[in-house]
Structure formats: C-alpha cells, structure tokens
Design a protein around this ligand. Structure first.
Ligand code: SF4
Length: 492
C-alpha cells in the first residue's frame, strides 16, 4: 500500500521448550512487520519434523488446533514478503525435505546472489526444484553433500552460497543457525530458561520473556542440540556489511540490531537531519509509524513541537495490498488521515524515512495541504535511494526509483512540497556511530560489497550509468547528487 522498500523475511527458532510451536507463533507475531505474505512453522520432536505453511498474516495461518498438531520441543518459523520467487504457497517457508541426511526444514532471511547460477548447474545435474525460491538451492546442495554428519553437510552447503543470509535449519534433533560472513541481516541469540532462541530481532525475545544473550556473529554457525550450544566459524572472514536500512526503516524501534538500539539510532537520524536541514516552521509531523522516531529527534534538536498530525488506521489488512497504481493511491487515504486542528494554518515539517517512487509522498503532501497546512517541508531521514538492493530487500528497478532519475528540485516539484531535503550519507553514518565502516549503504551509493546476481543487468544498467555520472560530478560538475535524466542521455 505504501511506496516503501520491503523487508523480505523474519525468522524465529527455539530449541528445547515444551511449547515450542506456541512460542514460535508468538515470535513470528512480533516479527510480522518483516513479512506479511506468508507464514510457516516447522517443529521437531526428536523423531520427525512437521511443517505447516500458509498465505497471509501469522494470525490467519495458525489456529489453536493447528498449533496443537505441531508437536515437538523445537521449532523454526518464518514470515515472508516475497521477491526472490513469486508470491505463492509453494514458496512459503519453512521448506521441509527428506533426504539421505534425514528430514530437514529451512527458513531464510536474505538473498543468495549466486542462487541462479547454482540452480542452473543443479538442474543440469538432474535436480528437480519444487519452488522458485533461492532458499531451495541450499537444500539441494545439502541433500547432495557426502559429508559424514548433518552438521558438516549444512556447513558444506552454506559454504557454496554467497550474498545475504540469516538462516535456520531444523532436523529431528538439532537446530542450526548461520549468518553470512558479511552479516547483512540481523540474527539474535536468546535464552528462555533452558531453551535457546534464535531470531531476526530482539523484539521477538521480549514478547516471550526471553533474554538477549548476544547476536549470532557474521560467518558463525551455531549448532544447538541436547548436548548444548556449539559455535563454529568455518568460513573465511569478509568485509562486514550490515544493512543500514534495518536502522532506517525495517527493524522495529524496540529491537536491538547490530549491537545498537534501533530507537536510539533512528532518533539520532532525526537530530542529524535537523542539524543539516533546519527550516523555519511551526510543527514537526511524522508519517506514522516509521517516521515517528526520526521526527522526535528532529523536533528535539530544532526546538519545534512534535505533533501527530497524521493518524494511521492500524486495521487496514492485506485486502488493500494490490499492485495496481490506482489502488495504491486509494490505500493512502484508507491508511492515513490528517488532523486538521494540528495542521491548519501551520508551516509543517513532514518527516519520512524514505522516498521510493514518490507516489505516496505526493498523496500525503496533498492531503496535508488539503487539511489547511500553509507550507509543507518534507524531510527524509536517509539519503536518496538511487540503486536497487540485491541482499534481501524488495527494491524496484533503478529506473523506478525517483531519486535515481530526477534532481532534488524535480522530486520536490513532483511531491508538491514547499521544500525537500534528505539526510546526507555522512549524517546517516554518523548516526550509526562507531561501526560506520561495517555497514552496507549500497542503495544510497550504488557501491556494492558483494558480487551481483547473474540476472542483475536488467536492474543495474542504469546504475552503471549513474556510477559514470557520479564520477563526472566528482570531476567538477558540482554538488548535485541527483543526476538529471538528460545527463543520462549524454552518458549513453
Ligand atoms: S542495498 Fe540498502 S537495503 Fe540492501 S542491504 Fe544494502 S543498505 Fe540494506
């Protein structure tokens, strides 16, 4: 409904708890913001692995009786927003197979950039794929492994994939968690009594009353069984590339990801934005919910009052999530309503975390002006999104990203704001603080830390032009970081 980048998945695993399925259900509930198209849970009771998956929200997919059927002391669960593989039940996770190593269920957050090549090779070798999901590649590699133990077969199969992955695998008697050596996606490790929990965000630990012990480290494989928890580091270290957009938008503000409070980082983004883009105004209004933390930081630093000038309807369901442009526009009105008493006659600083295509921003600015605002000054708590993501985030092609094809002034005119400003890349990195070199910022810089997938050309052609363009700017064309469409024509 909103013109946003979408996280692909959230994952949750628990080992050794009598209510494993129920706790997985609750954990997925807390991670619902990471994917709303499908949900699934697998459980293991020491003898066999079971699974149930369905399309829709966690609460739609699981009933009390369904959870009761998911017997076992261990479980993994998944919520999905699909891009790698289309939105179909067969692509929902966990994926469960039975092979020479026994039953294994897998769920994955991220995107495997060499999945296409591996899949082609496996098909040529006789593999038959059931889904279009990149995750299934890992299972085929696992099933073909001649390694002597399940654990070694998992490590061998994961060692062949590249890209972004936080992955959980469940056998009848083991829970295995692995994170790619770049650490693109978060993965937290927690404890609830004697049970171990592994999940995308710490908000899932909070909900079930578990303690956050530490994060699964980049490149680490954690093996949990009745013998306890063992950590292995089988892969060579790589440059860290935590997804900075987890802090900007994806993760819940009550979570800690990459060792930092999302709320604190997000509020600092707002403070930083106020330092960089201050303007005379009367009130700071967030686009809820994602703009709230940054708006509070902006208000704090600017000295302007923070007011909820837009009210969000939290009960709008998936019914309205439609691909058609017309429905998407209608959806904004369904989801947000302006508060006239706050906006009328005011000069409004409107805070949002990103502009993707610009269509929603335009609708919201119009809505605020229609409610009587005198001026609307749009402020974005991250740099312009100029390039697609290949590491587990649903991004439109570069040609659809408004900041990739328009100047700042063109975007301002399109969204009909009185002024528009983005946070600088330096400001974004300053807000994440001490570990700034450990972050991926590719969607703002078009500088990718890991190789592209085989079919990336269709997404990246314009990106390569942008890089040429950025070089031209660096050589003296000025400060404009939003290349003009005519400049692209010159580069062509
Ligand atoms: S390209 Fe952007 S969204 Fe993708 S991993 Fe990097 S920072 Fe995150």
């Amino acid at each position: 409904m909103f013109d946003k980048l979408h996280e692909e998945c959230g994952i949750f695993g628990i080992y050794r708890h009598p209510e494993a399925a129920n706790l997985a259900y609750l954990g997925l509930y807390a991670l619902q913001h990471r994917g709303q198209e499908s949900a699934g849970i697998s459980t293991a009771d020491g003898y066999r692995v079971r699974a149930w998956r369905g399309m829709g929200y966690v609460a739609d997919v699981f009933s009390e009786s369904r959870l009761h059927e998911l017997q076992g002391h261990s479980a993994i669960g998944h919520v999905r927003y699909s891009t790698a593989g289309s939105s179909k039940l067969e692509n929902a996770q966990p994926i469960l197979i039975d092979c020479a190593h026994g039953q294994i269920a897998v769920c994955h957050n991220g995107n495997l950039v060499n999945a296409g090549d591996l899949r082609t090779h496996l098909v040529q070798e006789g593999s038959i794929f059931q889904t279009s999901s990149d995750t299934e590649v890992v299972l085929h590699l696992f099933a073909r492994s001649k390694a002597p133990t399940t654990e070694d077969a998992v490590i061998e199969s994961i060692g062949q994939v590249t890209g972004a992955f936080s992955i959980l695998m469940l056998t009848r008697d083991q829970l295995i968690a692995a994170r790619d050596p770049h650490g693109f996606r978060p993965l937290a490790l927690g404890r609830l009594g004697d049970a171990w929990i592994v999940c995308s965000e710490t908000c899932a630990l909070d909900l079930i009353g578990a303690t956050h012990v530490r994060d699964v480290e980049p490149g680490e494989v954690v093996v949990i069984s009745d013998k306890g928890l063992r950590s292995r580091k089988p892969y060579p270290p790589a440059r860290l590339a935590h997804c900075i957009f987890e802090h900007v938008y994806f993760s819940r503000p009550d979570s800690y990801v990459f060792g930092q409070s999302v709320n604190e980082v997000r509020t600092e983004l707002g403070r930083q934005l106020a330092r960089e883009t201050a303007i005379e105004a009367d009130v700071v209004v967030p686009i809820p919910d994602s703009g709230v933390c940054a708006a509070m930081g902006y208000a704090e630093t600017s000295g302007l009052p923070f007011r909820m000038g837009l009210i969000r309807n939290h009960y709008v369901g998936r019914t309205f999530i439609q691909p058609q442009q017309s429905i998407r526009h209608f959806g904004v009105k369904v989801k947000l309503n302006p508060v006239r008493s706050i906006l009328e006659g005011q000069r409004v600083v409107l805070l949002d975390d990103s502009i993707v295509r610009g269509t929603t921003s335009r609708k919201i600015v119009k809505m605020i002006k229609a409610a009587g605002a005198r001026e609307v000054h749009m402020r974005i708590s991250c740099p312009p999104t100029i390039s697609p993501c290949f590491y587990g985030v649903d991004t439109p092609r570069r040609s659809e990203l408004i900041a990739a094809t328009h100047t700042l002034e063109e975007i301002r005119k399109y969204v009909q704001a009185d002024s528009l400003a983005y946070l600088s890349l330096e400001g974004l990195l300053a807000a994440v603080g001490r570990d700034r070199a450990n972050y991926c910022t590719s969607c703002y810089t078009a500088q990718y830390p890991v190789e592209f997938p085989r079919d990336a050309d269709q997404y990246l052609q314009l990106t390569l032009k942008l890089q040429a363009e950025a070089g031209a700017h660096a050589e003296g064309k000025g400060q404009d970081q939003h290349p003009h469409p005519e400049d692209h024509a010159v580069i062509r």
